[in-house]
Structure formats: structure tokens, C-alpha cells
Design a protein around this ligand. Sequence first.
Ligand SMILES: NC(=O)c1ccc[n+]([C@@H]2O[C@H](COP(=O)([O-])OP(=O)(O)OC[C@H]3O[C@@H](n4cnc5c(N)ncnc54)[C@H](O)[C@@H]3O)[C@@H](O)[C@H]2O)c1
Length: 289
Amino acid sequence: MSSSELLFNKIVIVGAGTMGRGIAQVCAMAGYTTILNDISTDTLAKAHKQIVSNLEKGVSKGKVSEETKTQALENLSLSENLVESIADADMVIEAVPELMDLKKRLLNTIDEHSPEHCIVGTNTSSLSIAELAESTSDASRVIGMHFFNPVHIMQLLEIVYAPDLTGNDVITATEEFAKSIGKTSILVKNAPGFATSRLGIALGMEAIRMLEEGVASAEDIDTAMVLGYKHPIGPLKLTDLVGLDVRMNIGTYLAEQLKNPAFEPPQLLKSLVEQGKLGKKSGEGFYRW
Ligand SMILES: NC(=O)c1ccc[n+]([C@@H]2O[C@H](COP(=O)([O-])OP(=O)(O)OC[C@H]3O[C@@H](n4cnc5c(N)ncnc54)[C@H](O)[C@@H]3O)[C@@H](O)[C@H]2O)c1
């Protein structure tokens, strides 16, 4: 994309972990002046190394041009000084751990030290956008920007707005921003699990209940969705990839928030987690890895 199509100039990504480094990569590739911020020097160095490696892989597969790689690396810089980085930012996207208090504290710092026009995005996968926004002095500029892992490959950006709080201009600009970085966005009202987790967890929990009841084997339940419904991956294998513990926690949270027992983690899931069978990361879940 040429710089004339960019919406603005400078984006700061806060948190250089799994998600932040991917978001920084796609912003820098799109031509934005991108600063990746973290409290850990070591994490920043690892993040930079991974971005370089992703870009090199892209070039070797013919998916990224040499010029885009060079430009992206020129557009990207690293920083441990948040206040200095955001002083002239047009958009800040936070991707720090999923802790309400941590995110609120961070949003307050961003609120205090960024220019008034700056859009404040949060990559939270579950926390209430309204609660986060209301903790700042200007709730209208806070918006959910839920990216998916790995960010440079996954096409979706789930934009989450809080009714009566998020500014319409902020929603429009965020939708335009999604296009500018080559993502397809969906617009979702702030509600537990947004659209993606709510649907994904409902399917995942039901698949586990079916396995528990002996309706079919794990392989056959997954094949049902892959071949019958054209899902790229079955719900049980997906749970193995995400982590059984992670999905169990989301299920518990949604069952409570939505007062819907369909989200309640089945006993089989709870016992696998208790046994340390957490999926791919532990070597076993519904499958052996
Ligand atoms: N991992 C996923 O698949 C995924 C997908 C979608 C959304 N999310 C959401 O994205 C967010 C980040 O998740 P992650 O998996 O990238 O986490 P992570 O643990 O990999 O990275 C978080 C980073 O934030 C840094 N950090 C902590 N406090 C900070 C501060 N005050 N200032 C600057 N940096 C700070 C940490 O050093 C760490 O590098 C969470 O809200 C999560 O729910 C995660």
C-alpha cells in the first residue's frame, strides 16, 4: 500500500508478546510508522527477531516482496518508553496480558499522555470494552480491536464498540484502518465473548459433551465439521491448539456472564485439565501431539 492511502502516520503497539509483535508487523508492512513498546528489553529483542524471520519466510515463499520487507523494517522501531512513544501517536493498540486492572492502568496512562485525536484500541479477547472505556477520561475513543493469532496470517479483525460510548467517527476510522492493513473487519456490540468466542466456545463445549456421551470419536466429531460444514479445523483439534485450560476458562466466564449452561465446561474437559492434558502445548489433549 502506498503511504497516500494511509489514514494517519503513527501507531504505537503496547505489549510485544504473541499478539503485539504480530500487530506491529502488519502495521509496519502496511506503511505506518510503527513503534512496538514493552516493559521487557528481552521480549522486544525476541519480537524483532520474530518479525524479521516472518518477513524473510514471506519473501522466500513469494508472498512478501523484498521491498515490503525492507520498508516494514524501516517503519518499525522498538521502545521501552511508553509516555515518549505515544506523545504524537495517532493510534495506540494495547496487547498486554488479559488482566482488567493492568489494562485499566495502562489505558489511563495512554489517555493522559496521547493526543486528543488518538484512537485507543484494546486487543482484549474477553474483557468488557465499556468497562475499560469508562475507566478513562474520554470513553469515546476507546475501541475493541480483536486480532487473531498469527496476526500476519489471520484475515479477521473483530471490532467491538460500546453502545452510547464509542464515537461513530472512531468506529468508522477503525474500519478504514482494518482495510488499510489488509484485514476484513466485523463490527460487534460489546457483549460477553463478542461474536467469535461466543460462537466458537458454544461449538467447542458441545463437541466435548458429545465426546463425553460417546456420540462419536474425537476424529469423527472433527471430521463432521470439517467435511460437513467446511470448517478448516474441527472444534476438538482447535481446542487442543488453543489450550484446554484457556478454553475452559472462557467457557466458565461465558456461562456465568450469559447465564447459559451451554457454555459450562463439561466434566471431561475439567478432568483433562486437572490431569495436565492441556492440548498441543502439553503433548496431549483430545489428541496426542
Ligand atoms: N494469544 C492469543 O492467541 C490471543 C488472541 C487474541 C487476543 N489476545 C489478547 O491479546 C492480549 C495479549 O495477549 P498475548 O497472548 O500477546 O500475551 P503475551 O503474554 O504473549 O504478551 C503480553 C506482553 O505484554 C507485556 N507487558 C505487560 N505489562 C506491560 C506494560 N505495562 N507495558 C508494556 N508491555 C507490557 C509483557 O511483557 C508481554 O511481552 C490479551 O489481552 C489477550 O487476551 C490473545
